[in-house]
Design a protein around this ligand. Sequence first.
Ligand code: GDP
Ligand code: MG
Length: 199
Amino acid sequence: MSFFHPDLKAVRLKLVYVGPPGSGKSSILALLRQRQRGYEAPAALQQAFREIETSHPVVSDASVRAACDHVEFEAPLRDHVVRAVLLALPRWPEDDLRRRVLLDAADAVFFVADSSPSCLEANRRWMDHLRADLSSLTATTKGAQIVVHYHKRDQPGVVPVAQLADALNAAALPGIESSCVTGQGVFDGLRIALKTALG
Ligand SMILES: Nc1nc2c(ncn2[C@@H]2O[C@H](COP(=O)(O)OP(=O)(O)O)[C@@H](O)[C@H]2O)c(=O)[nH]1
Ligand SMILES: [Mg+2]
């Protein structure tokens, strides 16, 4: 869940990228890191963000946080300054329950599906893990916006989006075709999540 500083208009968001190993999560974060805007919040707001991090660490377990790729960026949005912390699930085994620590209190979750035909089954299994993880977490985490990335669309022979949606997205969550090679869709997913998280 998002945390607002009581006095200053500062809001910290937690956004988590999950999906099968190799689907492109770290690559998406690397692209976003490269392209983040050069804005830096004023000192008073930096202090507010430190206070939020002290009272509500973005990940409760420091070793879990250290294992994740993460990108932080700040941006003025409407009349607030937002710090979005983006975290990518590491290459943990499927039965690793540290995933739940990582997902706890997320404002939005991006499910990154590899569009290659050989990955269909792995995508399905990892979507099932995500559903189980979210249902076991708090009510606030359950309410996190999920955005599906149909990723690696630049590759030849990808599974049609309708078929991927059929397999992974029965709930008709927002879905975006994306590629780190062309840059398509990488920011659009983020935009949807920020808009939803800020209401
Ligand atoms: N063709 C293509 N390859 C990608 C794309 N995104 C990531 N990759 C490649 O997929 C592999 C796994 O990516 P990585 O980001 O490490 O996956 P992660 O395990 O989900 O973090 C790497 O070789 C990336 O270069 C994409 O959009 N298109
Ligand atoms: Mg990775």
